[in-house]
Ligand binder design. Structure first.
Ligand SMILES: Nc1ncnc2c1ncn2[C@@H]1O[C@H](COP(=O)(O)OP(=O)(O)O)[C@@H](O)[C@H]1O
Ligand SMILES: [Mg+2]
Length: 254
């Protein structure tokens, strides 16, 4: 089966005037199968968000290729990029970042539907359905981002990300700003979505907390200073870490 996402030799070198070049991501390669949940872990500054920013094309890569459903999106822009965005959606660390503070959650969730030709009425009904799938009642559609809790806003952000039925959901520290019990609720929701959507949804789950990754991902990549230093199932990585950095990372949480 065609991988949902394939990254080959992806590299980012940041250059700044008067400063030495900095390699934030160093020739990394990995792929994701349909329906797979892949964890990307590593301490702060290891290059995780830079990888995401290249995949979502917020940043140009210095070297390497990114294939989304077999299509090379490494240099896409304009219309081609907008089409690629329909296949891939993001959930960010700060739940309110997914929404315009002046618009209701319902408008935010329905925006992509309206942009894709849905009628106002059909989009409104779909927003209610998406809210319910994500564990929120219909009345949340009329609330503003500042009128809900962080966990509720993150649920709405997931509803928004799912609206146009992407094949790939990228969660960059999507639980990191939330309280521990709320983190668990969001993980449970993502798990539920995976079960109900079957092989339709792949999730790239970026997190610095291996305990959360363990509950949720089939396979894990460990990043350290721009390199993938280790990879395997969560069980392999936790029970038998090979790389010295992974050993320290595991020791710090056990
Ligand atoms: N726009 C940028 N210019 C220069 N350096 C950057 C830029 N963005 C990130 N970096 C550096 O790249 C490294 C990786 O950052 P990041 O990808 O955000 O790590 P993580 O998400 O794992 O915490 C860090 O050392 C960071 O300072
Ligand atoms: Mg980051």
């Amino acid at each position: 089966m065609e991988p949902v996402l394939k990254v080959e030799n992806l590299t980012k070198v940041f250059t700044r005037k008067g400063q030495p070049d900095y390699t934030a991501v160093n020739h990394i390669s990995f792929e994701m199968s349909p329906g797979e949940c892949l964890g990307l872990i590593g301490e702060s500054g290891s290059g995780k968000t830079t990888v995401v920013n290249m995949i979502t094309r917020l940043l140009d890569s210095t070297e390497g290729r990114i294939l989304l459903g077999g299509e090379d999106i490494t240099r896409l822009s304009g219309k081609g990029l907008r089409k690629a965005y329909r296949e891939m959606q993001m959930v960010f660390q700060t739940p309110t970042d997914s929404f315009d503070p002046r618009c209701t959650l319902g408008d935010g969730i329905g925006e992509s539907l309206r942009n894709n030709g849905w009628s106002r009425k059909a989009a409104k009904d779909e927003v209610v359905r998406l809210l319910e799938v994500c564990g929120l009642s219909a009345d949340f559609a009329g609330r503003y981002p500042h009128q809900v809790s962080g966990g509720q806003c993150q649920r709405a952000a997931i509803a928004r990300a799912l609206a146009i039925r992407p094949k790939l959901l990228i969660c960059d520290e999507a639980t990191s700003s939330l309280d521990v019990t709320i983190q668990q609720e969001i993980i449970d929701l993502l798990n539920e979505l995976r079960w109900t959507k079957g092989s339709d949804l792949s999730i790239l789950f970026i997190c610095h907390d291996i305990a959360l990754v363990q509950q949720f991902c089939e396979y894990v990549l460990v990043m350290y200073k721009g390199d993938i230093v280790e990879q395997g199932t969560p069980g392999e990585i936790i029970q038998d870490p090979r790389d010295p950095y992974t050993k320290r990372l595991i020791a710090s949480i056990l």
